[in-house]
Design a protein around this ligand. Structure first.
Ligand code: NAG
Ligand code: CA
Ligand code: CA
Length: 384
């Protein structure tokens, strides 16, 4: 987000004393926006920043390994599910954060497509980097945004520049996907967590290598709505059905205390929690924000559309789902209809992605078949 936009949002937020009530068979939700915005929706690079220098140590095309030949040292989490053709109401007529363009509700037809079950993990992203020599934009720029609460005192000493309207975001030198909370942190023990500090451009490159693509915003929301009308979450509007956490967000007093009642102070494994949708997708909302294909816009026509892809051009790309940093008071964006944006070269410690595809890539079909057989074989052996 560019600085002027941050201020616009901030003052709009101040003007807004939104009270929104969403009736539901499961719960009634009351929201008060306190005007402090920015929370889990991170900042963007300023457009005048110089782009990453040309890389000289990249692999030549002959040296790269295609996704169907790549062998991971970790258990794969690249499985996909098929979402059948259908239509749904995108957006809502009861927007909770109106300046984000959450409304109006409009009918959208979606052609059946394949969608990742999980957010892209550090292990999956490392396989891509091992196979291609890819360097992320954050590695090129030499820094990325990290929330202050997770930066060590030693690293913090060297940082003076914060983001005016969201002071908890700091640009940290040496923060990138391998060092998610600063140069003195690494991926030990979190290879199955979502990859962070990937820009929109990085996400596109990964999906392309994997023989996939980024989903459109409409596809994300179609999956998230899971056949229900105007509910907040995939499973309904009750955040804690049967008093159980279904996603990784922030509990406590943001940004100072994090009680982690959902079990996770930062990210959780991409396989964590019960599936959020009937088809089995996990962490669509919460954990890491997810880039989608579309350029950002906040004005939408109410007419019916088929497979909308967003505006032809823009300055920011759209992201969906909210993150482990989201809390109702600061960033009530872990809802299917919620949305936010960043410039396509931006990256942060709460922003990742997952891919979609029109066709199931052959190597994944084969892999999933083998996994199914292995599971059946294991079950058979246990019966004996
Ligand atoms: C990537 O390569 C490194 C170095 O050979 C290896 O240790 C690591 O396990 C590889 N990553 C994956 C996902 O296989
Ligand atoms: Ca949490
Ligand atoms: Ca997510």
């Amino acid at each position: 987000m560019k600085v002027p936009q941050i201020f616009t949002l901030f003052f709009l937020g101040l003007l807004l004393a939104v009270r929104s009530e969403v009736a539901d068979d499961e719960a009634t939700v009351e929201v008060e926006e306190d005007g402090e915005d920015g929370g889990c929706s991170s900042t963007s690079r300023k457009s005048e920043e110089t782009p990453p220098p040309a890389e000289t140590d990249l692999k030549t095309p002959q040296e790269t390994v295609p996704a169907d030949k790549a062998k991971s040292n970790y258990e794969r989490t690249n499985q996909m599910v098929y979402l059948p053709t259908g239509s749904f109401m995108m957006g809502t007529n009861n927007p909770i954060i109106p300046p984000d363009g959450e409304g109006p509700a409009r009918r959208v037809h979606i052609t059946g497509f394949w969608y990742d079950v999980y957010e892209t993990s550090n292990a999956e992203f490392e396989l891509f980097v091992n196979s291609t020599g890819y360097k992320t934009e954050a590695e090129g720029f030499g820094d990325s945004f990290v929330i202050e609460a997770f930066i060590s005192e030693k690293i913090k000493e060297d940082i003076s520049q914060a983001v005016a309207s969201a002071p908890w975001w700091l640009p940290v030198k040496g923060a990138d996907w391998r060092h998610p909370f600063g140069p003195d942190t690494d991926l030990k023990g979190i290879m199955d967590h979502p990859v962070l500090h990937v820009s929109w451009n990085d996400a596109v490159a990964y999906c392309q290598w994997a023989q996939k693509r980024l989903p459109t915003e409409a596809e994300f929301e179609y999956a998230c709505r899971d056949g229900k009308d105007d509910r907040l979450f995939p499973w309904g509007s009750n955040m804690l059905p049967k008093n159980q956490h279904r996603m990784n967000i922030w509990q406590g007093d943001f940004p100072n205390t994090n009680t982690a009642e959902d079990g996770f102070e930062r990210t959780c494994p991409v396989t964590e929690f019960k599936p959020q949708t009937k088809l089995g997708q996990k962490n669509l909302i919460g954990n890491a924000w997810e880039w989608v294909q579309d350029w950002w816009q906040t004005e939408h026509h109410t007419g019916t559309t088929k497979n909308p892809v967003g505006p032809k051009q823009g300055t920011d790309k759209t992201k969906k789902g909210g993150s482990y940093m989201c809390i109702k008071t600061h960033c009530y964006r872990y809802r299917c209809g919620a949305r936010s944006q960043n410039t396509p070269d931006s990256s942060a410690s709460n922003l990742g992605f997952r891919c979609a595809s029109n066709k199931l890539p052959e190597y994944i079909a084969k892999q999933m078949e083998e996994e199914k057989m292995a599971t059946a074989e294991k079950a058979r052996k246990e019966e004996l």
